[in-house]
Design a protein around this ligand. Structure first.
Ligand code: IDP
Ligand code: MG
Length: 136
């Protein structure tokens, strides 16, 4: 049965800085994910803190918020069959060193924090995160 979903993807500052946006977008579009919306923006540290609120108790929270707000990012709505899981598979594990071969993070990730992409991890979070960047 068909399960069309939308998910939020972010190309993080380390990847935007290295001009990897087109290459990463190509990985999505050649793996059955359509890019419905895309915008390049820079968010404030306060906005990053709001976006990553689920991680507020983690030791790396402060660094994570500084990092996401440190330079331009590209936020996208991806759409397709099982888009949430499909995107997570294409991203690979959080730590690039542990990411499966040919995943975005294994190809481009620098470190566990500079890991090139964000992707929603559930239907509920996908809705929240899409709304965070693309509310109208
Ligand atoms: P995910 O991005 O694969 O969903 P999460 O556990 O949700 O991973 O963590 C969110 C982000 O926080 C990661 O993408 C990464 O940038 C950062 N992060 C996660 N774990 C660590 C860590 O142990 N040290 C530093 N940064 C981390
Ligand atoms: Mg996560």
């Amino acid at each position: 049965m068909s399960n069309q979903e939308q998910t939020l993807s972010i190309i993080k500052p380390d990847a935007v800085e290295r001009n990897l946006v087109d290459e990463i977008k190509k990985i999505f579009t050649s793996n059955n994910l359509k890019i419905k919306e895309s915008k390049k923006i820079q968010i404030s540290k306060e906005e990053a803190a709001e976006f990553y609120k689920v991680h507020q108790s983690k030791p790396f929270y402060e660094h994570l918020c500084s990092y996401l707000s440190s330079g331009p990012i590209v936020a996208m709505i991806l759409e397709g069959e099982n888009a949430i899981l499909q995107n997570r598979k294409l991203m690979g594990a959080t730590d690039p060193k542990k990411a499966e071969e040919n995943t975005i993070r294994s190809l481009y990730g620098i470190s566990i924090d500079k890991n090139s992409v964000h992707g929603s991890d559930s239907n509920e979070n996908a809705k929240k995160e899409i709304n965070f960047f693309f509310k109208n």
